[in-house]
Ligand binder design. Structure first.
Ligand SMILES: Cc1ncc(COP(=O)(O)O)c(C=O)c1O
Length: 512
């Protein structure tokens, strides 16, 4: 409703705008104050959520106060509360407190960071963030790079650059319609390679089969000897390998591939070396973790997502590409850049020449504000806290008879299984009985435990598949999580497991 009462499309008057703003800030502050006590998962049926938004497209404008009422009454209560200290799903940053304020200001000034002229300060803030991220993880600071919507687009940007740089695949001209090409292949660990790499192969029209799965070691890291054998064999077949993707903090178990060895293989064979550190690359900023990342500094490109383990709210991914000329050659639509020249002066620097987006929002502001707010030392403390929580959980798992560890605790993602003691003993003994039914039972049990705890609102976690078996998966990616939260959730998982096992066991007729 217009404040002047004349036109429904007039601006809000300043006083009314301030009132709405103060109310919004109160909503945000109340939210943070009450986040611990909120049920993590929506306590309404999917039908209720659909019904809550069942309304016609408004013909007439509405009163902004009523719109904020609707946000308070319908949007916030029907959310999954990812900022909760007991949210362990997917890999989601828990939301830094300055970010909503920064986002509001970014939306107000509304710079288009596609170009320097529409966004002088926006461009420089982003450039500074890219440099700071590189510096924080020990990557060359004169790197190219940019912020993206997330890890998938960061991987896309990196792999398209690698494809352009290391093969004759010239998409600016004939593209796929060009004549004879070899099959361009890329390599990632079989267990932990992230699905986004497959999506990127698809987006680049290489076909999903171009992603070759390299066998893994016991600890879920890439077996580099196997990688070398695969590269040989594929070349003999006439394929053209162009890239190896190493994981720095993998999706199920936080594994870090032997990046230094992969770097050597790539250097010897002139392959693009990409590190998918969407989840875990930022761990390299902690001095006592740094050695695990040896070799990452040699990568041609690195993905790291501030909207994951830097706790920045969506959306904020990032990619670093060592040689910014390659980014320019890949994405520039200007003939001058195709000749290999990049901007020399600040005002020639247009991000649309260095990445897939043309119009771009000012996502850097929330990252810049968060990096300044915590500082490196503050962030290091938060990262250590996440890792300590994963180590604590591992200790609880190993000291409980009905849980089984499936990994060493690496960074902040930790998977494990509920396996009642007697079933565990049967599985450990030589198989005297067919075990398939037992495995199915355990898979169903682990899924049911997860579903029940999630539905209760106490915590959000997911299941995953570890070596063909269903496991509980926790991504402890909240700076609010404490070891007490871990204990509370672990106790609930144990209690739910014992109860469901007792309820189900008789009718399950297991051979144990
Ligand atoms: C290792 C890894 N790479 C890439 C991605 C994709 O990131 P996004 O979901 O931000 O696109 C993820 C997402 O979890 C990931 O864990």
């Amino acid at each position: 409703m217009a404040s002047d009462g004349e036109s429904p499309i007039a601006e809000l008057d300043s006083d009314e705008f301030r009132e709405l703003g103060y109310r919004t800030v109160d909503l945000i502050a109340d939210y943070y104050e009450t986040i611990e006590g909120r049920p993590v998962y929506v306590q309404a049926s999917p039908e209720d959520v659909v019904a809550a938004f069942e309304e016609p497209l408004p013909e007439e404008g509405e009163d902004p106060e009523a719109i904020l009422d609707a946000v308070e009454e319908r949007v916030v209560p029907y959310a999954t509360h990812n900022p909760s200290p007991r949210y362990f799903g997917f890999v989601m940053g828990s939301g830094t407190p300055l970010a909503p304020l920064a986002d509001a200001i970014a939306a107000t000034v509304n710079m288009n960071t596609g170009g320097w002229h529409p966004a002088p300060s926006g461009t420089e803030v982003e450039r500074r963030c890219v440099r700071w991220l590189a510096e924080a993880i020990g990557y060359p600071t004169d790197t190219g790079g940019l912020l993206t919507s997330g890890g998938t687009m960061a991987n896309f940007t990196a792999l398209m650059s690698g494809l352009r740089d290391r093969t004759g695949y010239e998409t600016t001209g004939a593209g796929l319609q060009g004549d004879d090409r070899p099959r361009y292949t890329l390599y990632v660990a079989d267990h932990e390679g992230h699905s986004s790499v497959v999506r990127v192969a698809d987006m680049l029209n290489l076909g999903r089969d171009a992603v070759q799965r390299v066998p893994s070691n016991e600890d879920f890291t890439m077996d580099v000897d196997a990688l070398e054998r695969m590269l040989e064999a594929d070349e003999d077949e006439g394929d053209q390998p162009f890239c190896v993707v190493g994981q720095a903090g993998s999706i199920n178990v936080s594994a870090i591939d032997p990046l230094d060895r992969i770097a050597d293989v790539c250097a010897e064979r002139d392959l693009w070396f990409h590190v998918d550190g969407a989840c875990g690359a930022v761990g390299a900023m902690v001095p006592e973790f740094e050695s695990r990342y040896a070799g990452m500094e040699q990568a041609d490109s690195v993905t790291l997502d501030p909207h994951k383990w830097l706790f920045v709210p969506y959306e904020c991914g990032a990619v670093l590409v060592r040689d910014r000329d390659v980014l320019a050659k890949t994405f520039s639509m200007h003939a001058s850049y195709l000749r290999g020249s990049v901007a020399e002066t600040p005002e020639e620097f247009d991000y649309y020449e260095f990445g897939p987006q043309i119009s771009r929002g000012f996502r850097a502001l929330k990252l810049w504000a968060s990096l300044k707010h915590y500082g490196l030392e503050g962030y290091r403390e938060l990262l250590r806290k996440s890792v300590d929580c994963a180590v604590h959980l591992d200790g609880l798992v190993r000291s409980h008879d009905d849980f089984v560890a499936v990994q060493e605790p690496n960074l902040f993602i930790y998977s494990f299984r509920y396996v009642p003691t007697d079933i565990g003993e049967t599985l450990a003994a030589p198989p005297a009985v067919p075990l398939e039914r037992v495995h199915e039972y355990l898979d169903e049990l682990n899924q049911a435990i997860t579903d029940e705890v999630v539905q209760s609102g106490l915590a959000f976690l997911t299941t995953t598949t570890i070596r063909q078996r269903r496991a509980l998966r926790t991504s402890i990616c909240s700076h609010r999580t404490t070891e007490e939260d871990i204990e509370t959730v672990f106790d609930a998982l144990a209690e739910t497991g014992a109860r469901l096992d007792e309820e189900w066991r008789e009718s399950a007729s297991l051979p144990v």
